[in-house]
Design a protein around this ligand. Structure first.
Ligand code: NAP
Ligand code: MG
Length: 500
């Protein structure tokens, strides 16, 4: 049996030294102490390994003031190419601190070290470089004008893209630094400043990132980090009168509350919310690729991906073969400490999540779903959940309707393309969908008719920096990544020059 609890003696010196520090907020380039703090617990053992600061509304106000003065001060005065170079230096620095940051992230979240290295550090550096380039490429338009009630003289029209201002960002724990950088990088490229609230479970990587940003030459006050709960820190940020835009990734329920709170002061809102993304295997699916892909579409990151392939629909002619193949992979997955290289699946983030996941599995069983593999709790102090496959599910069952955010797959068969489409679209969510087929006609047909923001063909969860990523239906509004995200952080100004 592999070791379940993290062995903290394997942590590198840099992570160890960082964890031993007192963690305040990061405001105006300084460590800002708070009246209250809270415990951080290792998800593999439930043991406390550090404390984080709990920001009050007054602390949030100090952060917003720092962001406002950087916006009109040093950051606002920097030329676009100076901002671009600073972002490029930050990407380099992030890579240089890969082990330290990945270990911190793994300890807080329970995610595999390979994943935090590759995604929160590697992908974030790649994304920062992509976004750095946008700093110098934002442009307006020019127009020849013919305003009927100004008949004399010539006119020229211009548009300018100005930074929207101070951005308030709220992010979850499932890819903590990765998603934080999804929010920070386009804001920086557009010339904005930012106050970011990480999830309470994963506050440290963002704090460390903000320190590296100072070293990279991004002026103090441009990136501010306020750690704490959604109920106090998050609400104070969303409702703050001097925030111009709220960008949020998290659950649909919280997104709905944020949209209401932001509307009161007409803040722009970008919401990346929950998902229940289907994986559809047609009769001609390339099974040697599709079966492992279907398994890892749900089991990677322990099912804690917003676009996890959590619903599997398979043509009836290959259904048994596919379910057996996915179950076989599920049985073979090595569960253990996420710091251990041999581990393929670590714990979910908290005991509360573990409990919720098992409640949803139990609801499915009671409604008639068949457990092919997994389903039973793993005893111990760590919040582990076994890879689980529920088959013969109906669209109205609880674990089919609700986002589980754990390593739990629900599966059903279909007979016709039309039936597959109906099953896939029978969800309040619309984040991603993958189809597995080599029939070109079917590819086009399904791509056009699936109700989701991202459609993947013979691949799942393929997010590129150059393509927008956003949800349809209750999966959100707006999009992260790509030029779309940069433009969302700008406001347009139209100017008319009249030459007499
Ligand atoms: P969550 O409960 O919605 O929380 C997200 C963040 O919002 C946390 O920092 C939370 O703090 C804070 N928050 C809670 N209530 C708030 C309020 N009223 N005002 C302001 N902030 C508030 O989500 P989660 O459970 O941490 O994360 C999992 C969810 O994120 C899943 O639904 C998943 O699909 C979604 N997700 C979506 C994407 C995407 O791109 N679409 C990506 C990753 C994850 P507290 O924890 O203290 O409440
Ligand atoms: Mg939550």
């Amino acid at each position: 049996m592999p070791r379940l609890e993290n062995d903290l003696t394997t942590l590198g010196d840099a992570a160890r030294a960082y964890l031993d520090r007192t963690h305040g907020l990061h405001i105006g380039g300084n460590v800002h102490d708070t009246a209250k703090s809270y415990e951080l617990k290792d998800p593999t053992s439930g043991l406390v390994f550090a404390r984080a600061a709990d920001a009050s509304a007054t602390d949030v106000d100090a952060a917003v003031k720092a962001a406002r003065s950087a916006l009109t001060g040093p950051w606002g005065r920097m030329r676009p190419n100076e901002r671009e170079l600073a972002m490029l230096r930050l990407a380099d620095l992030l890579e240089r601190h890969e082990t330290e940051i990945a270990e911190i992230e793994t300890l807080c979240s329970g995610r595999l070290l390979a994943n935090t290295r590759g995604v929160d550090v590697g992908y974030s550096a790649h994304f920062l470089r992509y976004m750095a380039g946008w700093s110098t490429k934002l442009a307006g338009q020019t127009a020849r004008l013919s305003i009927p009630y100004i008949p004399d003289g010539e006119m020229a029209g211009f548009t300018f893209r100005e930074p929207i201002g101070v951005v308030g960002a709220i992010v979850p724990w499932n890819v903590a630094l990765g998603i934080a950088v999804w929010k920070i990088a386009p804001a920086l490229a557009a010339g904005c400043t930012i106050v970011l609230k990480p999830a309470p479970q994963t506050p440290l990587s963002a704090l460390r990132f903000a320190e590296l940003a100072l070293k990279a030459g991004i002026p103090e006050g441009v990136i501010n980090i306020v750690t704490g709960s959604g109920a106090e820190t998050g609400i104070a940020l969303v409702r703050h009168p001097d925030i111009n835009m709220v960008t949020f990734t998290g659950s649909t329920a919280v997104g709905r509350q944020i949209a209401v709170d932001a509307a009161g002061s007409f803040k722009r809102c970008s919401l990346e919310l929950g998902g229940k993304s289907p994986v559809i295997l047609f009769q001609d699916a390339p099974l040697e690729r599709a079966i492992p892909a279907a398994a890892w579409a749900i089991f990677s990151n322990h099912g804690q991906n917003c676009c996890a392939g959590s619903r599997l629909y398979v043509h009836h002619s290959i259904y048994e073969q596919v379910i057996e193949g996915v179950a076989e992979i599920a049985r073979s997955i090595t569960i253990g400490s996420p710091l251990d290289k041999a581990t393929q699946m670590g714990p979910v983030v908290t005991q509360a999540q573990q409990k919720r996941i098992h409640e949803l599995i139990e609801a499915g069983k009671a409604e008639g779903a068949r457990v092919v593999v997994g389903g039973e709790p793993i005893e111990g102090p760590g919040s582990y959940v076994p890879p689980t496959v529920l088959t013969d599910v109906r669209a109205d069952m609880t674990p089919v309707r609700e986002e589980i955010f754990g390593p739990v797959l629900v599966a059903a068969s279909f007979a016709t393309d039309g039936e597959a489409l109906t099953l896939a679209n029978a969800s309040e969510y619309g984040l991603g969908a993958s189809i597995w087929t080599n029939d070109l006609d079917r590819v086009h047909h399904m791509t056009r008719r699936l109700e989701a923001g991202s459609i993947w063909v013979n691949v799942h969860n393929a997010l590129d920096v150059a393509l927008p990523f956003g949800g349809w239906k209750n999966s959100g509004m707006g999009a992260d990544l790509s030029e779309t995200a940069v433009l969302a952080h700008t406001k347009v100004k139209a100017a008319v020059h009249h030459y007499l």
